[in-house]
Ligand binder design. Sequence first.
Ligand SMILES: [Zn+2]
Ligand SMILES: [Zn+2]
Length: 331
Amino acid sequence: MNLGLPWQKCNLPECLVRERLLRCGACGIALYCGAEHQKADRLRHKASCGLVKQTREKLREEKTAAGELWQRAPTSSCILAHFDAMLAALNIRTGEAVDAALAHAFTMLRLAPLDKSGVHGYVPPMYLRLGRDQAAYDFVKWWAVAEPGDDRGWHDTALAGDDVLEPLQVLTRLKGMVQLSMIISMVLLKMRLMLDLMGLQALRNLALEKAGRLPTMEEKMGFVKEEAMSDVLLSRPDVVGRADFEDVIEDLVCQVKMLFTFVQERNQHFWQAILKPEPYANAEPTACILGSKEEVNLLFRQCWYSWSETEPAITTIRDMIRKGRVPANNR
Ligand SMILES: [Zn+2]
Ligand SMILES: [Zn+2]
């Protein structure tokens, strides 16, 4: 997969060791090839590590208290402790950290399915950062089609593996969703799939031009495994097996456009902020009005890394923001 997030790698940025890694004892998240590199990375890692350690201790206290009162409903301070632990983990920018944050998110959703703290808005961008686009789609769809008060679990297996290429109309409640980050994630998800398919189309055209034949299924799957940003095509031999991808791409271009416009209608500042992320990327979200500039701070906390870590997608979306359409030079 073609992802920008480091995963199973020594936390010292310049070290590329991926084997026999040891976990940092304080945060339990960062990995190192040995004590030497842990020491060398100490200054950079210290702040985020300390924050995770602190939130983990708080969580332990909450769990001890909850253990004594096991028959009572989860307290809001317990949910809050998980929320802080999730945000703290996200300060460390590795796959392991996002994985840990995702586990906190699902614990919160299990403890409080009505999700008044808005955890669900964080989940799809985290899945996307891990290259788990199919899981991101399943989650968004679950949210969009489940009835309010539905007591099915968040991981409804009946829905898992749904067709990412199906028409947007399936997502009946999409427009009513409170969390704009869910829809922004759908733009990224559909765009990554669109770009992956454009890559396959380019592979096809090249094979025709150079060898006078279509690429084999093996060649195409090789491309998906190595170069794709999304995991969706890995389980879609029906799509990868096609001789031509133009009409699937065309469908996705339409879907991206619709979702893009919808985000623009809900918050006119967000796409402009993607062009100039600096003031938003590190801002502390405050209480905000939907559609306001302050909402962009929150949306950036939820979504920004999922975009910034996917180089081809950020380039394409910026072209699209400037030109108002999916640019032809990506085709
Ligand atoms: Zn650490
Ligand atoms: Zn190392």
